[in-house]
Each structure stands twice: as C-alpha cells, then as structure tokens.
Design a protein around this ligand. Structure first.
Ligand code: SF4
Ligand code: SF4
Length: 82
C-alpha cells in the first residue's frame, strides 16, 4: 500500500481518482486505507494518486510492504466483496 505523509496540503485531487475508494480525509490530512490500496494494481499501470498529487507526498507505506502478486490478490479480494 501507499501512504500520505504530513506534507499533504488537503488539495482533494487524489480522493476521486482512487479506483478502490481507499483515500479519505482523516482528522487533519488525507489518509490511505492500506487494506483497500492495491497501488492501483488491477486498475491502472501507475498509482493514480501519485500521478495527480501536486506535492508528491504519497510514498510506499513502510508498514505495509507488498509485492505485485500480493497486491493482485488484494485486488481480487476487493472485487469479490464489492
Ligand atoms: Fe488508491 Fe491507487 Fe492511490 Fe492506492 S495507489 S490509494 S489504490 S489511487
Ligand atoms: Fe494531499 Fe496529495 Fe491528495 Fe492533495 S493529492 S490531498 S496533497 S495527498
């Protein structure tokens, strides 16, 4: 999963771009739900939130490192429960 750092300026452009509805406004800044973020695997070739973020504050989440196969499995799981 990816994560949003405290450099986020709450510009709101990433939230509607997420194909998994993984992004939501938290207490102070936007946050990514690591259980929903597939790093856009299954939907797009590149993470859409990273593409649009004007301040480049969306790195990989060190608490949730995942390889492509794991992300693909998450995509399948999310699709099954959608
Ligand atoms: Fe959503 Fe993709 Fe960003 Fe993850 S990488 S939060 S799935 S837009
Ligand atoms: Fe924050 Fe970047 Fe999303 Fe804007 S696009 S709300 S700066 S994470």
């Amino acid at each position: 999963a990816l994560m949003i750092t405290d450099e986020c300026i709450n510009c709101d452009v990433c939230e509607p771009e997420c194909p998994n509805q993984a992004i939501a406004l938290g207490l102070e800044i936007y946050q990514i739900d690591p259980h929903k973020c597939t790093e856009c695997v299954g939907h797009f070739d590149t993470p859409q939130c990273v593409q649009v973020c004007p301040v480049a504050c969306i790195p990989a989440d060190p608490q949730h490192p995942e390889d492509r196969a794991t992300l693909w499995q998450k995509f399948q799981r999310l699709r099954a429960t959608a």
